[in-house]
Design a protein around this ligand. Sequence first.
Ligand SMILES: [Zn+2]
Length: 187
Amino acid sequence: MPVLPPEPAAHRPHLQEALRLAREAREAGSAPVGAVLVNARGEVIARGRNRVGEAQTPEHVGAASVAHAEMDVFFAVGKVKDAGTLTLYTSLEPCLMCGGASALLGVGRIVWATDDPWGGSGRLIKWSDHPAMQETDVVPCPDPELEREGARLFAPEAKRAFPEEGWALWRQRYPAETEGVEEETNA
Ligand SMILES: [Zn+2]
């Protein structure tokens, strides 16, 4: 069964779920990023969120700088079957590690709500020089309203995590959503 066609209406509920998980991560003291893995019938088969600011538990990765939302999804799902039929939805453009993991697994498509002009790897996910990593389709920001919502949600973390050149790129990419942003304080 092929992956869902890249239609904004099909993407919206899954991007909203990823954004809900991102808010949950923020409330738990981690970075505000969420992700869901969806099968060809449009059913969510795994949910994940960033857990970098939380303790490791038997159920979840944590207490590690690499406990990103997408990795949480991949650990939650275990052995990935029929990867080419799956779509990974994320609230934020995946980083090199998570984009690389998705490409390595052969996930059929990655859709994200909001670009990450500093930490994102979307421009690299189609690893053009790597013969085994040609299969992952990428769909950046299909829903303008959710894109802005995701930018506002992640902006304080972007300012904290990427204080100089990274934040300048965020200001340039999302001027309205980063206006007057204060750093996230997980107090
Ligand atoms: Zn990542």
